[in-house]
Ligand binder design. Structure first.
Ligand SMILES: O=C(O)CCC(=O)C(=O)O
Length: 359
């Protein structure tokens, strides 16, 4: 909606331009028209267009993400505006090659085809970071989590657990995918931090950053079974990047209550703020509610790369506190917050991060 407003206001200023000053000759008018068309086209390419109804789509390929390019600052402000307005956006990102995209979803199929007795071996000290499945509230859902997914050790531990005789193809594919998608996460965060003037604070979080790769499968609903894949929720992460394979289902709620269905594509990655990001940015970036609704009988695969901060108290940077923005959150430990979320009190709370560390 904000972006539609920008276009409307741009149009008004173009119209004003046409009515102000010395009358233009036909030749000059044509020249101006061509310039405007070119400018609008390049804005659409760099700002992102409005497919997926009104969720911003932002091109984060090549030139747009070179800090020395002329489009860096426009892309950066589009990213921050999208996060402030929607808590998320669809990134067009081409660093995951079509081959890797095919391989990671192939690896996911192979993983879910393992017997349940193997999958339940994927446990974690952190609630919901290991195997989740066969849950009566969401019977279609099954997910496995690879902790420390950007490290060889993390992916190796997971692989050895599920395939005691080894599976180097799974290990290499999961590791490459996680590392490349983590680059997207860090690129977005750099843009956010440059905008807010909090690069130093981000650097100190970086050393404590830990990535969880969650591989997710929803089986198609049977006759008389509801099509709810996952209940509406906000993520407990710092940031999340979601990637769907072929079958639609992910819906994101806008601030005015509209659910938007997101189209899957190999180059589309939904970049989304989690609860911890809202607290860290002192409420500037709010996590969006999202859910999965299965639209047909076909099974659906998706991936989520989630960022968490380990062994470091997360504190609102001083630059984000002023008269207009009084401090809203006390320093907190991310993993203790997740534990709290899974208590009776946390589960009942309307906004767990606020009840946990809100002021
Ligand atoms: O499957 C999806 O597309 C979304 C999964 C999700 O919302 C989550 O894991 O938090």
């Amino acid at each position: 909606m904000t972006i539609q407003y920008v276009y409307a206001s741009e149009l008004r200023s173009y119209k004003k331009l046409l009515h102000v000053g010395v009358p233009l000759t036909r030749e000059k008018r044509n020249k101006k028209r061509k310039e405007r068309k070119k400018e609008k086209q390049s804005k659409l390419e760099t700002m992102g267009s409005l497919t997926n109804r009104n969720l911003p789509v932002i091109d984060l390929t090549k030139n747009n993400v070179d800090p020395n390019s002329s489009s860096w600052s426009t892309t950066r402000s589009n990213v921050v505006r999208a996060l402030e307005d929607y808590g998320c956006f669809v990134a067009i990102f081409d660093k995951v090659s079509p081959e890797l995209d095919k391989a990671i979803f192939g690896a996911a199929e192979e993983l879910f085809d393992l017997p349940v007795e193997s999958k339940v071996l994927n446990t974690s000290k952190t609630p919901s970071h290991g195997y989740v499945g066969q849950e009566p509230v969401v019977p279609l859902y099954e997910g496995l989590g690879i902790e420390n997914a950007t490290t060889l050790e993390g992916v190796q531990t997971f692989t050895n657990l599920l395939w005691p005789n080894g599976n180097s193809n799974f290990r290499e594919t999961a590791l490459s995918f996680s590392r490349i998608v983590a680059e997207l996460d860090q690129l977005v965060m750099i843009m956010v931090c440059e905008t807010y003037g909090i690069e130093k604070e981000y650097e100190s979080l970086l050393g404590s950053m830990s990535y969880l790769l969650r591989l997710i499968k929803y089986r198609g609903p049977e006759e008389n079974e509801k099509n709810l894949g996952i209940v509406p929720h906000t993520d407990k992460s710092f940031m999340s990047i979601l990637h769907q394979h072929q079958v639609k289902g992910l819906e994101i709620k806008t601030k005015d209550g509209e659910w938007i269905l997101i189209d899957p594509s190999p180059r589309s990655f939904v970049v989304m703020a989690g609860d911890a990001c809202m607290a860290w940015t002192n409420g500037r970036i709010e996590p969006p509610h999202h859910r999965v609704t299965m639209t047909g009988k076909k099974e659906r695969y998706s991936l989520g790369l989630f960022t968490f901060i380990r062994d470091l108290m997360i504190e609102v940077p001083e630059a984000l506190v002023d008269e207009e923005h009084p401090l809203q959150y006390k320093p907190f430990d991310h993993y203790k917050f997740i534990d709290y979320y899974f208590t009776e009190e946390g589960k009942k709370s309307k906004c767990a991060i606020r009840s946990y560390c809100g002021i």
